[in-house]
Design a protein around this ligand. Structure first.
Ligand code: ACO
Length: 320
């Protein structure tokens, strides 16, 4: 029997820090509103020379290095993004393949908004368990500053740029395997979060009905975790790190409280990076790896919700 294991993590955090003051200087808002309503203090912004594929390739190189493999060992590249370098083609995964010096590898993008990394993980797991691929590079990369409307004070201060990547590899040891992943979508609620046009115009900016989305996010994230935990007979004490999508501190707090996770289990990065959509979960995993909270054998619970609507969760044993 072949299983999929989570071998390594990497992230690339752009250097430019954009604090709440940047928004206060340009629009009718204030630090108290942003901090109280979102928990965000800063976000990172990619430079004009960096596109989404550059962020993704940099994160990928770190993940490959930590897994002890080279790009020649990768047989599938999946990039989750809603801010691709090009609107329809080529895919960002193709551009990342080129930046990793691969000219003959299967590469594809996934569009599932903030749930993109969990969707990518699910596809990687299926390819590995079917025996079709051995080492899959999955990436969540976003240059959301390209699609944020900086005249809309209700959304623009929420989002930032960044990338995270992971290597998912085949193993025959069940103890090293990803435990379970579940992914869902409901297109009937498409109007809550969308980029209306693919043309280069202001209609290509992201629009969000924040308050409605907030309530559905809390409900859905909570029930999705309850479902995956019950299905796998997991209890809270079996989880070392609860790593939800980082959209808003109040959402994470409400979900964490409803699920009764302790503070030491909850991972929070939204204060520093804002919402980086598909990159937020791998960037948070990377932070736990770099500060020593995530070591081989630890169990992570991932939980995400985003435009589509899409949502998903995963229980993962780290095998790095
Ligand atoms: N500064 C000051 N006041 C503001 C600002 C601002 N930047 N923006 C809005 N306000 C005002 C509004 O005009 C409103 O004023 P009113 O009461 O006089 O009408 C008031 O603040 C409250 O506005 P709400 O929209 O009700 O605020 P809310 O508490 O819902 O917070 C927020 C807004 C932060 C956007 C929140 O709704 C949210 O985080 N939503 C969910 C985001 C999410 O989870 N998205 C999914 C993932 S993202 C993806 O998939 C790409």
């Amino acid at each position: 029997m072949i299983y999929a294991s989570f071998k390594s993590i990497g992230a690339y955090i752009p250097t430019e820090v954009r604090s709440n003051q940047w928004f206060i200087d340009r629009m009718d808002t204030n630090d108290e509103w942003i901090t109280k309503r979102t928990g965000i203090k800063e976000r990172r912004i990619a430079s004009s020379e960096e596109e989404t594929s550059d962020l993704g390739a940099k994160a990928a190189k770190i993940a490959m290095n930590r897994a002890g493999i080279s790009s020649a060992d990768i047989d599938l590249i999946i990039c989750a993004t809603i801010s691709p370098d090009y609107m329809c083609m080529p895919s960002t995964a193709c551009l990342i393949a080129e930046k990793l010096d691969r000219r003959d590898v299967m590469a594809l993008d996934i569009s599932a908004a903030c749930t993109g990394f969990i969707y990518a993980l699910s596809v990687a797991k299926a390819f590995i368990e079917s025996g079709m691929k051995k080492n899959v590079l999955i990436i969540g990369a976003e240059k959301l500053s390209n699609i944020v409307d900086y005249t809309d004070r209700t959304t623009c201060m929420l989002f930032g740029d960044g990338a995270g990547a992971a290597i998912i590899s085949a193993t025959q040891n069940k103890d090293e395997a990803i435990v379970d992943i579940q992914c869902s979508a409901d297109g009937s609620q498409k109007d809550l979060l969308l980029t209306p046009s693919v043309q280069s115009s202001e209609a290509s900016f992201m629009q969000m009905k924040g308050n409605e989305t907030f309530k559905i996010a809390v409900r859905t994230l909570t029930s999705d975790v309850q479902k995956i935990m019950e299905k796998n007979s997991y209890k809270n004490e079996d989880i070392d790190l609860f790593i939800p999508h980082q959209a808003n501190y109040r959402i994470i707090k409400a979900v964490g409280d409803a699920l009764k996770f302790e503070d030491k289990q909850k991972v929070l990065t939204v204060e520093k990076y804002g919402n980086t959509s598909s990159a937020s979960i791998p960037m948070a995993i990377n932070e736990c790896f770099e500060d020593g909270r995530l070591v081989k054998g630890k169990t992570m619970l991932l939980d995400a919700f985003g435009g589509g609507l899409t949502w998903g969760s995963a229980i993962i044993k780290f095998n790095g």
